[in-house]
Design a protein. Sequence first.
Length: 633
Amino acid sequence: MRRKPYLIAFFLSPLLLTLTAEPAFAQARLAKVSAHAPPVAIVKANDNTKRAGQLRNGILTVRLVVGMARWYPESPTGPFVDVAAIGEEGKEPQIPAPLIRVKTGTTIVASIRNTLADSTIYVRGLVERPAASLDSVAIPPGQSRTVRFKAGAPGTYFYMATPGIMKLRILPGDELPEREQLGGALVVDPEGGAPSDRIFVINIWGQRKDSKSYTNAVAINGKTWPFTERVLANVGDTLRWHVVNASLRNHPMHLHGFYFRVDARGTGKADTVYAPAKRRLGVTEDLSPGHTMYMVWSPDRAGNWLFHCHITFHVFPGNAQLTGALPSEHALHSVDAGVHMSGLVLGITVEEPRGLRPERRTNVRKLRLFVNEGRRRGFAPRAIGFVLQRDDRIPAMDSVEIPGSVVVVTRNEPTDITIVNRLREATSIHWHGIELESLFDGVSGWSGNPGMLAPTIAPNDSFVARLTLPRAGTFMYHTHLNDIEQLTSGLYAPMIVLEPGTKFDPATDHVFIAGWDGERRPPLILINGDSATGPPIEMAVGATHRFRFINIGPAVRLFFAIRRGADVVTWRAVAKDGADLPPASIVTSPAIRRLGVGEMYDAEFTAREPGEYVVTVGPPDSQLRYKRKIIVR
C-alpha cells in the first residue's frame, strides 16, 4: 500500500508544471510540535468569508506580505510544516491567501512585501480579467512591489506567489517541490452584487519524503479532512459555491447524492458564464490547474454528504497527509470516516424539516449482489468484483466479474439491492451519481443521520441499499473503503437506469468503463476489464447506437473517441454524469471527450458511410490506446 512517488506525474496536467525553488527553504521542516519549537507565526486557515483590504471611493487597497509561517493542515497539535505564506500587513498569514473580492469596475491597488530572507518571489494573477497572460512580478528578498489594475469582468479567478522560478518540465520521473499554498481567490462580482455564496480554494504543499514516498498537504480552505470545515444546510437551501483550483494538479470534484448546476467555468485568465439555456448538471467536474467553477445546487434530502476530489490518492489515508505514514489495516477498513479518508474532502450536513415523513415504498424489486474474490489475474494484487445473482442459483464463491455486473434498473421503480460481502475484509459501496437517501450513500461512518450512520459491510455480512432512481442515465457503483487496493483489484461496475417500458440492448447500447490493473508503473488501463480489444461492434449504415463512457481509475484523465483512420468523426452528445444535457447543448460535435476520474458521458453515433471505424481510449500522451473496431455495413 506504499504510495509510489511517480504517480505525482500523472496529476500535474495538462502539462507537468513543476517548481525550481531557490534553495534555502525548499526543504521545509516537517515535525511534531514540541515544547522547544522556536517561536514562529502560525498560519490561519482562511475560510474565505472575509475580504482583504480597504475599499474607498471605488479603490480597494490591499497590503500583502509574504513570510515564513508554521502550517498545521490537520489538527492544531498534529504535524506541521514551515512554509512561505501570504497575509495582510499586521495580520496572521493565511492559507489560502487572503481573499480579494470586489465589484466589477473597482480599481485594485495591491502592494506585496517579500520578507523571505533568501528567495525571490514571483506574483501572478494580479491583473485585469480577461487577460492574455497572468503576468509575473518579481520581488527580491526584503523588497516590495505595488500593482494597480482594474478588476475587469465578473468571474472567479485566482492569484498566487511562487518562491523561485516556474518552469515547464516534460520528464514524468522528475519531481520538484510543490509550493502551491501561496494561492488565493480573486472574485469579481457583478455591478449589482452577488447573492450569498461560499468560496473554496484547493492548495497543495508537497515534496519527496524519501526515495519511496512523497509527503504532502492537500487542503481545502487551509485544512485537510477530517479537519476541513463542515458545511451546514437545510433542505431547500440554495448553495452557491466558487471552487478554485490553486494547485498544479487536476482535481475532479465530486458531489455525493445530488446534482449541481455548472453556471460558469474559468481558466484563471478568463471566466465563461453560461447562458441559462446552456447550464448543465453534473456530479463530477474536472478542474485543471488554475481553473475555477461556479456551481449552484439545492439539497432536497437530509443527511450527511461529501464533496471531494475523486483522485483516490488525494483522499486516501497517508497519501493525502503530511506524515505520509502507511495506513494500518485497521485504518483501511475502519468504520470511522475520519480514519479511512483524508485530504480533499468537505463534509456536508443537511438538516431535515420537522414533521417530514419518509416516502412509502411499494412493489419493490429485489436484487442480490455478491462481492467475491477469485484467482489473481494481471498486475492487480487481487481479483475482486461484484457478481449479480441472475437466477435462483447463488454465484460461486470464487466467481469474479471485472468490471462488476452491469446493474440495469428502471427509473422510479423502488429497488432494494442486498450486497453480500464474501471478502476477508470489510467493504462499503458508493452509488456514484445516484440521488438516494443518505444512509445508503456508502460512506461508512459518515453517510446517514445522527444516531444512524452507515456501517461497513463486514466479512460474511450484508447490507441492503434501498434505491428509487429519479432519472434515466449512465451511472456506476464502486468501493468506498480501502479504495486503492479494492478499486485497482476490480471493485467497480456500471449501472444503467432506463425509462419505464424500455430494455437494455447491448447490441446497440455500448458501455466502456475504464479502470486500472493494479497500481503499477505506468498504470495499465483496463477497458471493460481488459487491456486488449473486444470483438468488433456491428452497425448498419444509418443506425444510431448509444455509447456510455465511464472513467473510474484511481487517477489519470482519459480521452474517449470514435475515429475513422486517423480522423475523429462526429457524434451527438446527449448526457453528462447521467443527466441529459440541456437542449441547446445537444449538437453534433467531434467524437472525442476527455473524462476525469469519476466522470461519465453519453453520446449517440450514427455511421453515414460503410467501412471500419474504431473506439479509442487512452491518456493524451500515450501511444498505447485501447482500440475496438466498429464495422459498418
